[in-house]
Design a protein around this ligand. Structure first.
Ligand code: NAD
Ligand code: IPM
Ligand code: MN
Length: 351
């Protein structure tokens, strides 16, 4: 029996609702995979912050870092609460974890499963993965403002791109492309305007591509990439991109592949120095929170990514297959969050 120590961060809004179902699925698959999952739950998020003033203490971080992997629901409280303005929880909790645990690969697969309705008329075979940079770009918080509130205000946000950070991400993306049947990599950037970062990204892709002669390389400006994601998403295999572009493209990717409720992600530290963290692409969805209306599928597919990352490919494939069977049978019927979990757990018991 293999033991996996899992840190669970349900978070805010629909986070706890979807995580509850994801954990049920994990428990269901663990039993037959000879896996013992030791879970520690961390009640972090808006509620704890408002109660105690703490978002993520050094002790919290150290405790989380001592686990083998992390499962996170979503964070971000009531958007109307001025005490939570400026993404204080998102930056202080989610981004802090990504940075502190060196999650430089933000892996976001997009698969349009058979029989799942897409808003696109002719989507074709959609199966691509966005390899989003996770620890640099405009997310580093390297900005500032002067003369705030005056007509002379100047607000700067600086995007940081290091040769080290771009290269390790690009190398991961090439290796990922080489392992996939189509072996195609598309760099998405904005090299016509963001010339300094764009040049670094393009030169890095050109140089690393020499190590992967079997991988075909392509480039798209991010604006044009949004056209192709809607008009011809089947053309994509592996997209490698900057932190912010990747954020935006993956919500679009979710929308074209059956909805944001199906989009899963992994925040990966490929070096294995720190635990990787798995979470739905979506947020805390305050508009539907507490009503059992959230689709837990993205959280459940994040469990599949987690199992895969831990080398438990067979268990991961069982979860994905159970999800694929469930989504294929959905039709238009509305189900609660728990009912979707029930259905997927039942599929696992059958196979
Ligand atoms: P969101 O993803 O929470 O919601 C966007 C829309 O998608 C909403 O209409 C919501 O109801 C719907 N939706 C999201 N997940 C769904 C699901 N599982 N099933 C059905 N519908 C779903 O994005 P937002 O409204 O921009 O952000 C809300 C809060 O979440 C903000 O505080 C934001 O900063 C935060 N956020 C957190 C994360 C994260 O924790 N990883 C990700 C994105 C946004
Ligand atoms: C995501 C989210 C986060 C991001 C926010 C909440 C900081 O949108 O995980 O996609 O921008 O990365
Ligand atoms: Mn996002």
């Amino acid at each position: 029996t293999r033991t996996v120590r899992l840190a669970v961060i349900p978070g805010d809004g629909i986070g706890p609702e979807v995580v509850q179902q994801a954990v049920r699925v994990l428990d269901a698959v663990a039993a037959s995979a000879d896996l013992l999952v030791e879970k520690t739950s961390f009640s972090l998020g808006a509620a704890r912050y408002l109660e105690t003033g703490d978002i993520l203490t050094d002790d919290d971080l150290a405790a989380i870092a001592g686990h083998d992997a992390i499962l996170l629901g979503a964070v971000g409280g009531d958007p109307r609460d001025p005490r939570l303005a400026g993404g204080i929880i998102e930056r202080g909790l989610l981004l802090k974890l990504r940075f502190a645990l060196d999650h430089y690969v933000n892996l976001r697969p997009t698969v349009l499963y058979p029989a799942v309705p897409s808003p696109l008329a002719n989507p074709g075979e959609v199966d691509f993965v966005v390899v989003r940079e996770g620890t640099e770009g405009p997310y580093v918080g390297n900005g500032g403002a002067i003369r705030v509130g005056t007509p002379a205000e100047i607000a700067n946000e600086v995007s940081v791109n290091t040769a080290f950070g771009v290269e390790r991400l690009v190398r991961y993306a090439f290796a990922k492309a080489a392992s996939r049947p189509r072996k195609k990599l598309t760099l998405v950037h904005k090299t016509n305007v963001l010339v300094f970062a764009g040049s670094l990204w393009q030169r890095t892709v050109d140089r690393v591509s020499a190590e992967f002669p079997g991988v075909a390389v392509d480039y798209l400006h991010v604006d044009a990439a949004t056209i192709f994601l809607v008009q011809d998403p089947a053309r994509f295999d592996v997209i490698v991109t900057d932190n912010l572009f990747g954020d935006i493209l993956t919500d679009l990717a979710g929308a074209i592949s059956g909805g944001i409720g199906l989009a899963a992600s992994g925040n990966i530290n490929p070096d294995g120095v720190f635990p990787s963290m798995f979470e739905p692409v979506h947020g805390s969805a305050p508009d539907i929170a507490g009503k059992q209306l959230a689709d837990p599928t993205a959280a459940i597919l994040s469990v599949s990514l987690l199992l895969d990352h831990l080398g438990l490919g067979e268990a991961a494939a069982r979860v994905t297959a159970a999800v694929a069977a469930d989504v294929a049978s959905r039709g238009g019927a509305a189900r609660t969050t728990a009912e979707v979990g029930d259905a997927i757990v039942a599929r696992l018991a059958e196979d």
